[in-house]
Design a binder for this molecule. Sequence first.
Ligand SMILES: Cc1cc2nc3c(=O)[nH]c(=O)nc-3n(C[C@H](O)[C@H](O)[C@H](O)COP(=O)(O)O)c2cc1C
Length: 203
Amino acid sequence: MNILIVYYSMYGHIHQMARAVFEGVREVRGAEVEMKRVPETLPEDVLRKMGAMGAQQTMSHIPICTVDELASADAIIFGTPTRYGNMCGQMRQFLDGAGQLWVKDALVGKVASVFTSSGTQHGGQESTILSFHTTLLHLGFIIVGLPYSFNGQKRMDEITGGSPYGASTIAGGQGERMPSQNELAAARFQGKHVAAIASRLYR
Ligand SMILES: Cc1cc2nc3c(=O)[nH]c(=O)nc-3n(C[C@H](O)[C@H](O)[C@H](O)COP(=O)(O)O)c2cc1C
């Protein structure tokens, strides 16, 4: 059973969450898992002006995904930072390139799940994941979220991301906050949960 984690990260927050998702998937016996980034659409000088070059270098060893690879996965866990309450343009561009898979029903019946990151606490985490789900439903995916059996999403003693829709982290206005232990635990839980469900379907 192959599980693909497909993500975009500009400053490394989604990258860290993706690594935690990866760890969670690996807890399920029989799950093969790979992390892949979607192609960058911004020119390097723009990334430099946005202060993203350092983070980009730390992620440079993660291979770039092609849309054809989606077809050979049994489950796909997508990670995207929010952009105005929606998925980022890089992810949008990548999924818009999946039309050939769409017309062939190549993704129908696969499991998908989404995790995200935002600058501010109420900056659009839920809308990003829920609007992402629309695209996934058009492609025929079975959507899996982050159930309340992940108790960490009920915490009131600290600021935390995470909702029934999926794991999330709050990066801060300047990207100064990295994912907390609770948010990483949510990402691990989501990875394991998706892999367990995909495993049952696979069998
Ligand atoms: C063009 C743009 C739009 C953004 N829109 C929002 C937004 O609507 N709400 C918010 O909280 N953060 C917003 N952010 C902040 C990003 O979501 C934040 O930088 C990101 O979650 C960090 O994750 P990353 O390091 O993996 O890229 C925006 C950032 C950019 C560059």
